[in-house]
Design a protein around this ligand. Structure first.
Ligand SMILES: CC(C)(COP(=O)(O)OP(=O)(O)OC[C@H]1O[C@@H](n2cnc3c(N)ncnc32)[C@H](O)[C@@H]1OP(=O)(O)O)[C@@H](O)C(=O)NCCC(=O)NCCS
Length: 365
């Protein structure tokens, strides 16, 4: 049970991950059904309130998008010190302050994540943050605040499909962290701040950046076999392949591959290269690691979608968080509904019966 592998620690109606069959269900919908069709606000509402009747939810989020001045000051100070983008998101989220009501915290966090990330990104570039626009949808407004232009419907669809695809994924580490904190009776801002910390870790928040670097390093499909063989033979892992849970193709990879193709348009050189590299990588992984069932994972096509949207690598994990915060909040609500403090036990393996050393025998300090 190292890493709690196989331990069931919660019951949930939010998502189901079946690694043997390559199946991901989000709030009852197969991911391939939900992700390319739903607006992100619909997905968030469905998870948090278990209904597709939004009753002004999207407009309410839009009204909550402006940052408190103290948060903006904090982000400016962080940018002056070149703080990591995930650290800035963690500080920004913590600074919005908890309301006394869970639902208020939930909506503020959902609404403010894109503003925090976009404002910080612009401050890091030495540019002025762009104020949010209440007349744009959640995803469109994020791109608008980053780039200062109203994005095309194709780009908005691409981003929404990505956000919907990664919104929830069983009891992953950050979601578990959020549920543990919520289970103590603490507020949602604290729970979400803890979850951001967990997501930042390279074993979780993923490394779509390196997957993209690998495709760029290959550069031309004719070089793929040589470069990938060299990597595998020198013991390197191919980024974007393999998964702890999925032993068949990660269903999110296909959803994102389709989204990337639709967004980048037919005949896009990077898309064609990535597909070609994927095919060579899968063939070589089967040749060098037979029976390990190493398949394409979500990171490979995440990189392509986010790069296609014009996002730079330091924005990849914060953009993941802009999606996953909806899953975290939904889990916090779920935890609250049938709460019992999450308090597992540990087995003591240390010494027993030690005597405190007398002054005479104490080692020099
Ligand atoms: C995701 C990952 C950490 C899962 O690890 P895991 O379930 O612990 O798998 P293991 O480390 O037990 O690996 C099993 C075998 O497959 C090999 N392997 C796993 N992923 C590999 C990859 N991406 N490239 C080459 N070989 C790989 C391991 O070397 C090991 O080989 P061995 O049996 O000869 O020693 C791992 O597949 C990986 O590092 N992938 C690349 C990074 C990545 O894409 N991360 C994003 C995940 S969403």
């Amino acid at each position: 049970m190292s890493g709690l592998e196989g331990v069931i620690a919660a019951e949930t109606e939010l998502s189901m991950v079946d690694g043997e069959h390559g199946e991901l269900i989000i709030a009852g919908f197969p991911v391939a059904e939900l992700a390319p069709n739903a607006e992100f606000e619909e997905t968030a509402h469905l998870l948090c309130y278990r209904s597709l009747e939004l009753n002004g939810f999207a407009a309410d989020l839009a009204r909550r998008r402006s940052l408190p001045p103290e948060t903006l000051d904090l982000l400016a100070a962080a940018a002056a010190r070149r703080v990591d983008t995930m650290d800035a998101l963690r500080m920004g989220a913590a600074s919005i302050g908890a309301a006394a009501v869970d639902d208020e915290d939930a909506r503020n966090l959902l609404a403010l994540f894109p503003t925090i990330v976009a404002a910080y990104w612009r401050l890091l570039q030495g540019r002025t943050p762009i104020a949010p626009r209440a007349d744009l949808g959640h995803a469109a407004n994020y791109l608008y605040m980053l780039f200062g232009e109203v994005p095309s419907p194709a780009r908005v669809r691409g981003l929404q499909t990505y956000l919907n695809t990664v919104v929830d994924h069983g009891l992953n580490a950050s979601t578990f962290a959020a549920r543990v904190i919520a289970s103590t009776g603490s507020d949602f801002v604290s729970a979400i701040t803890g979850a951001i910390g967990a997501l930042k870790g390279p074993l979780h928040g993923g490394a779509p950046g390196p997957a993209l670097d690998m495709v760029f390093e290959i550069g031309e499909l004719s070089r793929a076999e040589e470069v990938l063989r060299r990597k595998i033979e020198s013991g390197e892992r191919l980024m974007g392949f393999g998964h702890r849970v999925y032993k068949v193709r990660d269903p999110r990879a296909d959803v994102l591959a389709t989204a990337a193709e639709a967004m980048l348009g037919p005949g896009n050189a990077l898309y064609d290269l990535a597909r070609g590299v994927e095919a060579v990588a899968l063939r070589l992984l089967e040749e060098y690691k037979p029976g390990r069932r190493l398949q394409t994972n979500v990171e490979f096509y995440t990189a392509l979608v986010l790069h296609g949207l014009g996002l730079e690598v330091p924005l990849f994990t914060p953009t993941f968080a802009i999606s996953r915060v909806a899953g975290w909040i939904a889990h916090c609500f779920e935890q609250r509904r049938a709460n019992r403090i999450i308090r597992p036990q540990s087995v003591y393996r240390g010494p027993r019966g030690l005597r405190w050393p007398s002054p005479a025998t104490q080692p020099a300090r």
